[in-house]
Design a protein around this ligand. Structure first.
Ligand SMILES: Cc1cc2nc3c(=O)[nH]c(=O)nc-3n(C[C@H](O)[C@H](O)[C@H](O)COP(=O)(O)OP(=O)(O)OC[C@H]3O[C@@H](n4cnc5c(N)ncnc54)[C@H](O)[C@@H]3O)c2cc1C
Length: 456
């Protein structure tokens, strides 16, 4: 028996901290290989950043929304769980709002004036080409890694984009993917995220390709995994401390201490700094958890009797001015009702998370009226989630670090610390910070453990 587990209340093979997609996937994999697991989550429900609720009689997603193209880990998981994947309707024009009015096109880019469109196209091609030089397993080994990591995305943008309109649209697309401002992001880490998603337009949704949703709400994925793991998933169990030595770990919540052979930490990267490790994490890992990818988002949903913007408009809006940055039609496919989701990101999300829901409601409906006309203020239902205020959640959405992190301490991101393993979506090499990344990271951590458990 390890020194650290002398006084533990119970024992298991592996404790998983966090019942989001990453933690539940890791537990599911381990459970499928006859490893005894105990999943502990701080919140009253599983799912983490997946959150589906009924609003005005319609199930809507208030956290994660979209399964992007190429998210094969997530698609496979959904199929295994019997969750139907439905394709978003895409008929009608998209809108771009520039503060003076709306502009229509098949995609937001199509409505840019020609010089801006050409300028943006060339910059995006350059970004995509350069991202090919960034190794997914080790972005800090890219040929110009140090220089790129010292540069913010905003600095690169100012050199690459000459027209004001191209810059404004680029910034809005970046905000809507990373939940962060271009000035807060390392250029290297954005190149990494672009490569990991298969291209800038794919990552940001500027490609105009219809996205997929999970029928009945994305939280179904987590609920079904937790049901399969019945008895091994414990909510309302915030983990406070992790003691570890060469023989085992002890994980402490407010109510119990659990001895295990290994622990998988599957929280958002920013939550790692809140855990009390004994012994302390090595300096590089500790530094990483103090300066994690850290976006902000507020998701606002309005319901209507009918999707009155169709068939002319698709409901897709990229707003260069904000505060609402991105709006999309998320109406149920099998009914008459109309549903719009509007999202605020970065600085606007932080500012508006400090306001009341009723203030946000009137601001958001006013913005919708700018895009779709006065009928937009006649919402039959409204709700929102200001994610900066949600306990235990951490950043959103994509994973891009501030300058100077990836090249100095980034290699510690996935490296186990003795018997402590890492599995949040931000540790993925495909779609990091996204659902697909969460599933990939959970599987990777589980595979890492299966090997270790055999040789323990
Ligand atoms: C508003 C929003 C929109 C998004 N949109 C998309 C999208 O359209 N497409 C997409 O692919 N991705 C999207 N994402 C990102 C995606 O949701 C996440 O990348 C993914 O769900 C993360 O999964 P995870 O398991 O790594 O982390 P989480 O889902 O954050 O799970 C971590 C869990 O750890 C728990 N926890 C934290 N600290 C402790 C502790 N001390 N003790 C016990 N438990 C703890 C938390 O309660 C949480 O349940 C979005 C995210 C948000 C917030």
């Amino acid at each position: 028996m390890s020194d650290v587990d002398a006084a533990a209340d119970r024992e298991t093979d592996v404790v998983v901290v966090g019942a989001g997609l990453a933690g539940l996937t890791a537990a599911r994999w381990l459970d499928g290989r006859d490893v005894d697991v105990r999943v502990l989550d701080a919140r009253p429900q599983v799912g983490g950043r997946l959150r589906s609720r009924e609003v005005d009689g319609v199930v809507v997603d208030l956290g994660t929304q979209w399964v992007g193209p190429g998210q094969r880990h997530l698609r496979r998981l959904a199929a295994d769980l019997g969750c139907e994947q439905v394709r978003q309707r895409a008929e009608g024009d998209a809108l771009r709002y520039d503060g003076n009015g709306t502009h229509r096109g098949k995609t937001a880019i199509d409505s840019l004036p020609l010089p801006a469109r050409l300028n943006l196209g060339a910059a995006v091609r350059l970004l995509d080409r350069r991202s090919g030089e960034v190794p997914l397993e080790a972005p800090h080994r890219a040929p110009d890694a140090t220089a790129w990591d010292e540069t913010t995305l905003a600095t690169w943008r100012d050199g690459a984009l000459r027209t004001r309109r191209a810059r404004a649209l680029f910034d809005a697309a970046v905000r809507s993917s990373f939940g962060s401002e271009p000035a807060d992001l390392s250029y290297l880490s954005v190149l990494f995220a672009v490569r990991a998603a298969g291209g800038f337009e794919r990552l940001t949704g500027l490609d105009g390709r219809p996205r997929t949703r999970i029928a009945g709400g994305v939280q179904t994925l987590a609920d079904r995994m937790a049901a399969d793991l019945s008895g091994r998933v414990h909510t309302d169990s915030p983990v406070r401390a992790i003691a570890h030595d060469e023989d085992g770990v002890v994980v402490r919540t407010d109510d119990e201490s659990v001895a295990a052979r290994h622990v998988v930490v599957a929280t958002a990267a920013s939550r790692v700094a809140c855990l009390d490790f004994d012994p302390h994490l090595p300096a590089r890992r500790a530094a990483l958890s103090r300066r994690p990818p850290h976006g902000a988002v507020v998701t606002c949903v309005a319901t209507y009797e009918v999707p009155f913007w169709r068939p002319d408009l698709s409901g897709d809006v990229l707003d260069e001015e904000g505060p609402v940055c991105r709006t999309r039609d998320v109406s149920p496919l099998d009914g008459e009702r109309g549903v719009l989701v509007g999202q605020l990101f970065g600085n606007a999300a932080r500012r508006w998370s400090e306001r009341t829901r009723s203030e946000r409601r009137s601001m958001v409906l006013d913005r919708f009226a700018e895009y779709f006309g006065d009928r937009a203020v006649e919402a039959t239902g409204y709700t929102d989630v200001a994610w900066p205020n949600v306990p235990w959640s951490g950043g959103c959405c994509g994973a891009a670090f501030p300058p100077g992190i990836l090249t100095t301490v980034g290699e510690a991101l996935r490296e186990p610390v003795g018997r402590v393993h890492w599995a949040g979506a931000e540790t993925a090499t495909r779609w990091p910070g996204h659902m697909d990344g969460g599933v990939q990271a959970g599987k990777r951590a589980a595979a890492e453990l299966v090997g270790r458990l055999r040789t323990d």
